[in-house]
Design a protein around this ligand. Structure first.
Ligand SMILES: [Fe+2]
Length: 385
């Protein structure tokens, strides 16, 4: 089922659009082997592509045109369904502006609008944002982007703009392979997650809380788009509640304080979802990040206050409110590390990630690193249950 890549692993001989004409210069992508590449249900994970020998000097507009053709004839989408990740190396890309020029060629439906950002991320140029502005000493656990909510992108581009001296790879894993492994090893955990779903709780201070700047986010900036000058605190709360219900199907719990109250966003979501195009199950959530961050912060126990730092890290529970045993979280994190693939970034590399079937994380690093992201909505390949 899942192993390292072998001669029987499914990799296309070359990737070129159907029906291109002989008069146009043919730009072809050829697969290459990348260290640590895996096979998931017989498909290379990730699919690594570079420009064919004769196309190494191709211009960015020419590459864009070819990618547009591959998008129009369905090749891009089908490769993403099959492999989860397309990892491009050697494209003529150097800057955020280059990536901005290229990304809409992939033909995804529309740029994803983020709601409830709870990490440091800023816009660089059209379609392009920083991945994370957390310092290099901080690693991240595996998650599907925004899987803690009901409002998540289907596609995430990662672009390596600058590679640090050490570390800073982007670990990726197949959420389908993760589901398979958990089903084998912890079937009772999978059963409970499937039957009950999960409830996530996220803490947001008020922007007037002295800790808010250090936390890095607050409920007014994350959810207060409809608040107007002069709104009473009750009206502000009501507007936030209305937006949560409308846009992310979440509810609000307010924790009284002197600064306009702390917000807990309470979100019941499935932990495992079904992929429409393959019929397979995908472990789609952010459980290990929630647990791992709380463990690191010393806040696993009530009241979940971060030790030696600002704010709170609130645990996820099963959907009936019962606790998820620590032992399951611990084994989940071990399995994720066992099946992860480290993207060995070189400058200009791009990974196009199917967020529905792939989790990502981040290793620590030393030096100057820049990974940029672009988030997109597409066909919506989940069966809505
Ligand atoms: Fe992420």
């Amino acid at each position: 089922m899942s192993a390292t890549v072998s001669s029987s692993t499914n990799v296309p001989a070359s990737v070129t659009p159907a029906g291109h004409t002989a008069s146009a210069p043919v730009i072809e992508f050829t697969p290459f082997v990348v260290e640590g590449q895996r096979a998931v249900h017989g498909n290379a994970f990730p699919l690594a592509l570079k420009l064919a020998e004769g196309n190494k000097q191709a211009s960015l507009p020419a590459v864009k045109e070819r990618i547009q053709e591959l998008a129009h004839d369905g090749t891009i989408r089908s490769l993403l369904n099959q492999h989860g990740v397309i990892f491009f190396r050697g494209l003529p890309l150097k800057t955020a502006a280059d990536l901005s020029f290229l990304v809409d060629a992939f033909g995804f439906r529309e740029e994803h609008q983020e709601i409830g950002l709870s990490g440091a991320r800023s816009s660089v140029t059209k379609y392009i944002k920083t991945a994370s502005e957390l310092p290099g000493t901080v690693s991240m656990h595996f998650h599907n982007e925004y899987a803690r909510t009901n409002h998540f992108p289907e596609i995430v581009f990662f672009f390596s703009e600058r590679v640090p001296e050490q570390g800073g790879q982007t670990p990726l894993l197949s959420s389908v392979e993760l589901y398979d492994r958990l089903q084998q090893e912890l079937p009772e955990f999978v059963r409970d997650l499937e039957e009950k779903g999960i409830i996530g709780r996220q803490y947001y201070p008020s922007k007037h809380d002295p800790e808010a700047a250090a936390v890095g986010y607050n409920w007014q900036d994350s959810y207060g788009f409809d608040i107007q000058e002069g709104d009473s605190i009750e009206v502000q709360h009501a507007k936030v509640e209305a937006l949560l219900a409308r846009d992310v199907q979440a509810t609000a719990e307010w924790q009284p304080d002197a600064y306009g109250d702390r917000l807990h966003v309470v979100q019941k979501v499935p932990a495992i979802r079904t992929i429409r195009s393959s019929g397979r199950r995908s472990f789609f959530n952010g459980l290990s990040g929630v647990y791992g961050n709380a463990k690191r912060a010393g806040s696993l126990l009530p009241p979940h206050k971060v030790q030696n730092g600002p704010g709170y890290k609130l645990p996820s529970s099963y959907g009936d409110g019962s606790p998820i045993p620590d032992a399951y979280h611990e084994r989940l994190i071990e399995i994720q590390d066992e099946i992860g693939f480290l993207v060995p970034w070189q400058e200009g590399d791009v990974a196009v990630v199917n967020n529905y079937t792939v989790q990502h994380s981040r290793t620590t690093f030393v030096g100057d690193r820049s990974v940029l992201v672009s988030l997109w909505d597409d066909i919506d390949d989940f069966v809505r249950e």
